[in-house]
Design a protein around this ligand. Sequence first.
Ligand SMILES: Cc1cc2nc3c(=O)[nH]c(=O)nc-3n(C[C@H](O)[C@H](O)[C@H](O)COP(=O)(O)OP(=O)(O)OC[C@H]3O[C@@H](n4cnc5c(N)ncnc54)[C@H](O)[C@@H]3O)c2cc1C
Length: 376
Amino acid sequence: MKATITGGGIGGLTTAIALRQKGIEVEIFEAANEFKMAGSGITLAINAIQIYQRLGLSEKLQQAGNRLDGIQICNQKLKVLSTANISSLNKLYKVQTIAIHRATLHKILLDELKDCPIHMAKQLKTLNQQKGKINLEFEDGTKHQCDLLIGADGIHSVVRRSIFTDTVERYAKQLCWRGIADFDLGKDYHFMAREAWAPGSRIGIVPIGPNTVYWYACKTYRDSADEVKDKLSEFAATYPPFVGRLLSATKKENIIVAELGDLQPIAEWYKGNICLMGDAAHATTPNMGQGANQAIESAWVLSECLSEEKDLTKAFAKYQKMRQAKAVSVVNTSWKIGKMAQLSNPIFTSLRNTLVRMTPEYFSLKQLKNMVELKY
Ligand SMILES: Cc1cc2nc3c(=O)[nH]c(=O)nc-3n(C[C@H](O)[C@H](O)[C@H](O)COP(=O)(O)OP(=O)(O)OC[C@H]3O[C@@H](n4cnc5c(N)ncnc54)[C@H](O)[C@@H]3O)c2cc1C
């Protein structure tokens, strides 16, 4: 069996590593000309780290990333509303939740694939399935034929749109800036992630290394992202001056701006010899920091199913059965959290903050435990 994967993101690369470790040959086609050292970080929770442990990568990741012991939700003045102390979960599962530079994560994954064919600048344009074969055509006019295709080409997946015509990408009406700054948060915050909520906006502050901070700033808009896209300084002024200093410590050219959205859950993740994974199958808003974590879980389960079951339809059906409920639950819960976190009405925001303050820590930890536990 040989698998063709479109998309060399976290999902596609992790799938490739998992498949190759099970003796399945892989070829990857990636749209970008090169893997850029994007200025953004990512949190890998216990679920992802456990998968990477099975793939023999957890130690490398834990050394290259920054351990997180807790997550705090704060109000606009950065006063703590709630703390989830995740070190107890880290201990329970004997791994660490980490925050890491995306470029570092990508490099670690690519290092595992040194002898795997990865074709860059191959943006998939069209595909068709005929007599058990899949014919791919790329934007540069080149073609490729394969027997098994894994669509790991992200939320706007061409693979998904080619096999299912009625899928819906939803916009959350939030613009998100992301950046990485050299900044010392102080010793109390070297291993603590924080998210502060103001009416209609929020900021996340995540240490990814000694004096290196990944931040994300989200702002709700009414009709169009143009309303807020030049308003990062105004955004910073909503919070204590420390936020302005953090944002100013970031090189402008390294700030990434994107609209937040997700994929409305879809009923089927496969058709014929083609299967979707990661954001192509279950893109979520980032409010739970689980998009890539879920992609990594899907990568593992898909590789297991393909190595155990030679009949592709049976393998894909098993993969979907094992993964869909959890991934969809993340998508739906994250969507609701996004709405709550970005409330604009001061009365509702005050009520929400009171509720968050009163929620016992054991309740948050129980929910987190359900999220990170692997049932496969
Ligand atoms: C602001 C923000 C913060 C986030 N924070 C977190 C977090 O802390 N933790 C977490 O777990 N998740 C987080 N996520 C979600 C996470 O980034 C995604 O879920 C994850 O990157 C999905 O990986 P993927 O490989 O499925 O898709 P992608 O990362 O989108 O990769 C898809 C790849 O396919 C390529 N591609 C696209 N189209 C084509 C084509 N036509 N042909 C060939 N190649 C193509 C792309 O170039 C890309 O390399 C966040 C997302 C956002 C927006």
